[in-house]
Ligand binder design. Structure first.
Ligand code: NAD
Length: 475
């Protein structure tokens, strides 16, 4: 089923495929291999009853497995009232390309459940989630070896813990049961830094962009991230962590925040942490002090700014508003925020787009670290932290005795400190985003047919996936 958007626009999965086709044509890939890469391999639909407040309700969910050239297949589970099969297939495809871009050895998958989580109590959500997990496990699309979900819109650590516990009860003999899902709470086998990983990855990718003078210049920008005027859409998991880091560490100015019930504008910059606190307390963005409130939030996407970060959901920039977008750089923190038709319009404008399949790959990257941690049954840094500290202590002692001078306290502390799990996760994530950016930037510079970062990112992904098909063959 290919659900069209309004006005006969392309569906989400058609939109992704059309963007991928540009890359396929740029490298002249064999059509058979191209089709094998683009086809969603398995789609499981489940419908199951759950008794809620003396009434039986039927829930509908999907798990799409787009690719299995690497196993397990990996991808989040989304809870939303408007989830549909096409969306799940499109998001599963994005996962295939995303994992390849950041060299995470997984296939691509995605799941969705049609539900408005705000209408159910915690206990009801637990019953529904556990039942959904059982349906997926029974059909072979949830296990540490074959298919590993993670959080996405509407789900978080809590749901992942329920899923892991359900799997453990059904497969107590599986010593790797904790690796059946990522994004779990740390106390239940999760990894430090996973909750913030996608937002942090977005910021690492932006910092890397600003280390490349030619890319900065071709985007019509100059200088670094500091002081740049940024419009941010969505203050959920991804948007909030992106915004806080930009606001506090990079000293960028978030001049507008767009949420589902309107937008806030302040040219002097908005304090992201305080806005989020306000939303949590008041359940709305409206009324936040020291900012102009705009009811029609979507119009604020069209505001003149240096960087626009859509971090809410898909299809926010469409053929209806693409012509009015006035930013210089778009950072696609959400999945599919720009439709194919809008992308065609934006390509004719002096706007640089860093694509979703790369920008928001921080989540799956740290999920990969969590999966490895679960399989190795040990926290990163546990074996070496004290050893490293001791070696640092010896180095300082040696330097001080050779120079006859004592090192300042801060240098001493930095050298002596051994890395803990969070340090290692952040370092691994930073390295992953930097390397991926460099590969994409190189692909863009090497092939005259490639002008944009999106096509370059898909070329990087498709070359890697095609290689795995061609090396092993198709049987
Ligand atoms: P979330 O549910 O935590 O947050 C989404 C936010 O967007 C919410 O604050 C919501 O109120 C807001 N929002 C919804 N509709 C809006 C609209 N029309 N205009 C403005 N704001 C709106 O979800 P999330 O996990 O932050 O995911 C956001 C996007 O990032 C999605 O596209 C998701 O697929 C993608 N993504 C998430 C992760 C992750 O680790 N969570 C990883 C990769 C990609």
């Amino acid at each position: 089923m290919q659900k069209k958007q309004n006005n006969n626009s392309l569906s989400f999965s058609e939109s992704v495929n059309r963007m991928v086709d540009r890359a396929i044509s740029a490298i002249g890939l064999d059509p058979g291999v191209a089709n094998a890469i683009k086809t969603c391999q398995t789609l499981v639909q489940v419908k199951f009853p759950v008794q809620i407040r003396d009434k039986i309700e039927i829930f509908t969910g999907w798990r799409a497995v787009h690719s299995t050239h690497r196993l397990p297949a990996k991808g989040g589970i989304r809870y939303a009232p408007i989830v549909n099969q096409d969306e799940v297939e499109a998001l599963a495809a994005l996962m295939t390309y995303k994992c390849a871009i950041v060299d995470v050895p997984f296939g691509g998958s995605k799941g969705g459940l049609v539900i408005d989580p705000s209408k159910y109590t915690r206990d009801e959500l637990q019953t529904i989630t556990r039942r959904f997990a059982r349906e997926l496990i029974r059909r072979g699309v949830l296990s540490p070896a074959t298919n590993v979900p993670a959080p996405d819109m509407g789900t978080g650590e809590r749901e992942m813990a329920w899923i892991a516990d359900t799997y453990k009860h059904l497969h107590p003999e599986d010593i790797n049961y904790a690796a059946c899902v990522t994004g779990k709470p740390v106390a239940h086998g999760g990894i430090r830094g996973r909750v913030e990983a996608t937002g942090r990855g977005v910021v690492y990718c932006m910092r890397e962009f600003f280390r490349h003078p030619n890319d900065i210049k071709s985007a019509g920008l100059d200088g670094g991230l500091g002081g740049k005027r940024i419009v941010l859409q969505g203050l959920g998991n991804v948007g909030y962590h992106t915004g806080v880091l930009l606001d506090e560490e990079d000293e960028a100015k978030i001049v507008a925040i767009i949420e589902k019930d309107g937008a806030l504008i302040n040219e002097n910059g908005l304090p992201v942490e305080k806005v989020r606190q306000y939303i949590t307390e008041n359940k709305t963005i409206k009324g936040f002090p020291d900012a102009t409130y705009v009811k029609d939030g979507k119009r604020v996407l069209e505001m003149e700014c240096d960087i626009l970060i859509p971090a809410a959901m898909e299809a926010q920039i469409t053929k209806e508003n693409a012509e009015n977008i006035k930013t210089k750089l778009i950072i696609e923190a959400a999945n599919g925020p720009i439709t194919f038709e809008a992308d065609e319009i934006l390509r004719k404008k002096p706007i640089t787009i860093l694509p979703d399949a790369f920008v928001n790959a921080g989540g799956v990257t740290v999920s990969y670290f969590e999966w490895i941690r679960n399989l190795s049954h040990i926290r990163f840094g546990r074996m070496e932290k004290r050893f490293d500290e001791l070696r640092g202590q010896h180095m300082i002692t040696a330097i001080e005795s050779l120079t006859q001078q004592s090192a300042p306290d801060w240098i001493r502390d930095e050298i002596i400190r051994g890395a803990d799990e969070l340090d290692l996760v952040r370092s691994g994530l930073d390295d992953t985003m930097r390397l991926a950016y460099r590969e994409i930037s190189a692909a863009r510079n090497e092939n005259v047919k490639i002008k944009d970062f999106r096509t370059a990112a898909y070329v990087v992904a498709i070359n890697k996936i095609a290689r795995s098909y061609l090396d092993i063959g198709v049987y």
